[in-house]
Design a protein around this ligand. Structure first.
Ligand code: ZN
Ligand code: ZN
Length: 127
């Protein structure tokens, strides 16, 4: 795959860290400037990034894969109202980035999914 397209995808991921984009979101934005780009190209690029540990995959919504360029161990919060996926920083003994054994299993990744109503949506209810 042309390196140029991969760079553009990584650039998009970096600019939209907070949105945890899907393949579709990346495609709809980048295809305007890169008409030759296809969904398959983006999907393959993201799989390559996953294998290299450049991004991680988040399945918090249960219906789609969201990609995260922030590979520091952290958990996620999904707002049921606006659908935003927000990085949350909580004390978590497992999210330290160090491999641990639990019940004899080697743990390499920990994903914490929290769901509820975000602070902005809560404000709208009050106001
Ligand atoms: Zn919200
Ligand atoms: Zn994240």
């Amino acid at each position: 795959m042309p390196t140029y397209q991969r760079i553009k995808i990584l650039e998009y991921m970096d600019k939209h860290r907070d949105s945890h984009p899907t393949v579709e979101m990346i495609y709809s934005e980048l295809s305007r400037r890169l008409p030759i780009l296809s969904m398959t190209t983006i999907y393959n690029a993201l799989n390559a990034f996953l294998e290299k540990g450049l991004v991680s995959a988040i399945t918090i919504t249960g219906t789609e894969i969201r990609y995260d360029i922030n590979t520091n161990p952290h958990h996620h919060f999904l707002c049921r109202e606006c659908g935003r996926i927000i990085d949350i920083d909580v004390e978590c003994p497992f999210a330290r980035g160090k491999e641990k054994d639990i019940c004899g299993h080697r743990i390499e990744e920990v994903h914490g999914y929290f769901k509820g109503i975000c602070k902005d949506c809560l404000k709208k209810h009050k106001g």
